[in-house]
Design a protein around this ligand. Structure first.
Ligand code: IMP
Length: 198
């Protein structure tokens, strides 16, 4: 007999992230967007840790809309900048700045620096019933001197993962997913959900 695929909300408005999650979780859970459950809230991200922000978003949806849910929060930590922009990566160049503004400021702050090491870290918070779970993923790499590629989003055009000559923005989505911070955290989520659904 065919098993029913459970539904779960991904608390994000980022269409790239939704596509990534749907590709990774295909066949395990049906991933619903915030729009699909009628949530158009601007969920505040007021914590000063990735875990804190991921939990705020997941709890927001669970408490107000009643759905099992997961949410992620990501930061880019740059060695030569003492771990900045970190949890503030989305607002690095200001409250309503674009990804291009963020990259511009990052490259400016790194100009003349030879240490280009950086890492992306993601925390995924999952709420199933009354239980909360956290999954982490990380990828190390370097910040390039200039943008390359047009795929992906955010800092992808300047992030070159280790053991690669391509930026994330030059990679096919499945190649990025296989090694990325969020891909790794989602793979843990996917494994957990498979075990839970048996
Ligand atoms: P958030 O987790 O969506 O709040 O992302 C924080 C910041 O990191 C934003 O500026 C995003 O654009 C950026 N970001 C998150 N995930 C990625 C990614 O996979 N590649 C590049 N930038 C990302």
């Amino acid at each position: 007999m065919m098993k029913n695929i459970p539904e779960i909300v991904f608390a994000t408005n980022n269409s790239h992230k939704l596509e990534e999650a749907r590709a990774i979780l295909e066949g395990k859970v049906k991933v619903m967007s915030l729009a699909e459950i009628g949530c158009h809230d601007d969920i505040p991200e007021t914590a000063d840790t990735l875990e804190g922000n991921a939990l705020i978003k997941a709890r927001w949806v669970k408490e107000r809309y009643g759905y099992d849910c997961f949410a992620d929060d990501t930061g880019l930590m740059v060695e030569a900048l003492g771990g900045a922009p970190g949890v503030y990566s989305a607002r690095y160049a200001g409250e309503h700045c674009s990804p291009a503004d963020n990259i511009k400021l990052l490259l400016k702050n790194l100009s003349g620096k030879t240490d280009r090491r950086a890492r992306f870290a993601t925390v995924v918070a999952l709420i199933l019933g009354n239980e909360e779970y956290l999954f982490e993923g990380e990828v190390k790499g370097m910040i390039a001197e200039e943008n390359s590629g047009t795929a992906g989003f955010g800092y992808d055009p300047v992030f070159v993962p280790e053991n690669s000559t391509l930026s994330f923005a030059e990679m096919a989505p499945e190649d990025k997913n296989a090694i990325s911070h969020r891909g790794r955290a989602m793979a843990k989520l996917s494994e957990f959900l498979s075990i839970n659904n048996q």
